[in-house]
Design a protein around this ligand. Structure first.
Ligand SMILES: [Zn+2]
Length: 146
């Protein structure tokens, strides 16, 4: 059986080779002096790089929130997919606007009704906007395209 307590990894992030420990001696952190100096220099240059102290509970909370966010986004997608106008003219405007916004990567719209950039923002606007606003948005996007 290998005694793992005798073997650790070099603490120099660019090395990481096994460091053999000699029983009864002070625990060595680096395989040699060069690694020790390199690690010291790196710590001095980038004191916070790669150092994120997050305990288990916090990590679990982050994972939980990430799952909840994914769920919420899925729900928004489902609702957005459902909600289209029954009115044929408005619906055709909504569809044209969706297409144009998609083609232009969901830019901001300046139609005296501020629509922030982003797919969600664009789609929420399309659902809620009046025919007048939809027409103005189309006007701006079509102008930008030509
Ligand atoms: Zn080393």
């Amino acid at each position: 059986m290998i005694d793992t307590t005798l073997e650790t990894r070099c603490k120099n992030p660019s090395c990481g080779k096994p460091v053999h420990q000699i029983p009864g001696h002070r625990r060595r952190q680096y395989c040699n002096d060069t690694c020790k100096q390199t690690a010291y220099r790196l710590r001095k240059e980038q004191p916070h790089l790669g150092v994120t102290i997050v305990d288990d509970g916090t990590q679990q909370r982050i994972a939980q929130l990430e799952r909840e966010l994914a769920e919420a986004n899925k729900l928004i997608e489902r609702l957005l997919g459902k909600k289209q106008s029954k009115q044929p003219f408005k619906r055709s405007l909504q569809e044209r606007l969706t297409r144009l916004l998609e083609q232009q990567d969901w830019p901001a719209l300046d139609i005296h009704y501020r629509v922030k950039a982003g797919q969600k923002e664009g789609r929420v606007f399309i659902i809620g906007a009046s025919i007048d606003l939809l027409s103005r948005a189309l006007g701006q996007l079509e102008e930008q395209q030509s």
